[in-house]
Design a protein around this ligand. Sequence first.
Ligand SMILES: Cc1cc2nc3c(=O)[nH]c(=O)nc-3n(C[C@H](O)[C@H](O)[C@H](O)COP(=O)(O)OP(=O)(O)OC[C@H]3O[C@@H](n4cnc5c(N)ncnc54)[C@H](O)[C@@H]3O)c2cc1C
Ligand code: FES
Length: 353
Amino acid sequence: MPKIEINSGVKVLDVSKGTVLIDALNDAGIFVPSACGSTGKCGLCKVKIVKGNYRFDSATIEKITVEQRNAGMHLSCQVKVNEDIGIEIHPEYLSAQQFKSRLRKKRFLTNDIVELTLEMVSPSSISFKPGQYILLKSKPYDNNKMVMRPFSIASSTALNSVIQLNIRLNPSGICTPWIFNHLQEGQEVEFNGPRGAFFIRNTLYPMVFIAGGSGIAPVRSILHTMRDYNIDREGILFFGALTQKDLFYVEEMMELEGRLKGFKYIPALSNELTESDWSGERGLITEVVDRYLGDNISQYEAYLCGKPAMINACISVLEKKKIFKENLLFDLFNEARQPTKTEISENKTSVQT
Ligand SMILES: Cc1cc2nc3c(=O)[nH]c(=O)nc-3n(C[C@H](O)[C@H](O)[C@H](O)COP(=O)(O)OP(=O)(O)OC[C@H]3O[C@@H](n4cnc5c(N)ncnc54)[C@H](O)[C@@H]3O)c2cc1C
Ligand code: FES
């Protein structure tokens, strides 16, 4: 029976020969993020293999940069464990706590984004950093087995007996159709976490937030936490949507403008009919950000969250305006990290989320 040695022996698993690495980890309660049904398409499930010989297949090559490959990174959904293997994973994957909660409220924000309010049951409270995410467990339904999917916390850290999530329906997915079509108020919801490095930094730099769709979630958590703890920092939020019917939390954001000194909210619509009554910003979020911010934003910290194409296009704009790389945090609904040069140059499209 092959062994999986994790983080130099912090944990050792005995698994049957041929088990897929991500499944072996999941069975042991270690949940590596994944969002493509283990098809090698999302690139989220990377782990570093430090012992054992594994070749790269085409899926792995496409999702892992040359630098990552040279460092031993692999997609855990594409690795079959046939011999003893040593891997390194983020320590938070081993320490993430399990939570049981109850769905108090399910509220539609738009036709494809829902707000869940989860009341903590066991343990009865949660502590997290504003901007972090959890892994939510769906229940088996139809022919789909249970899956764990990442969703950012959208509420303030001051509210530790309740968390809120903003979830966009992915009609061809597993977890979000379960949330939209099966999950009922009053039902138990399990998750683990909190996780992630996309959280507000302890500085006094002015902040630029850029979000699209349900990417508002971690930004909302940061803003609500700032409100609840009276944190005064200059900030500007650009929120991109297609049309007025895709906007949500508008009144709430306008109220925050009054409560948070130096906070400004700029919703921008890219597909609104010219003849409509919309008097706010129009155009791609990249164009609006470019128009609004001066040529030199080197004193700013930037927090970007949403679909990869939109985020990468915005990063190019911010870099043109001389933002420092170390002040640029983004959540591609992926791990928060600095972008590589290759990622930025490969994604120069201006796509609205
Ligand atoms: C850190 C982080 C935070 C996030 N926060 C949020 C948030 O706050 N709100 C939010 O809405 N989203 C968030 N996301 C994105 C969310 O986790 C993904 O959209 C997730 O995949 C949705 O789960 P799902 O089970 O519905 O879709 P999945 O089942 O994961 O499907 C995703 C895609 O993969 C394809 N796929 C799935 N299974 C298969 C298969 N067997 N064969 C072929 N293709 C397949 C589907 O066609 C679909 O398009 C976050 C992601 C990350 C990484
Ligand atoms: S789970 Fe998506 S690439 Fe492995």
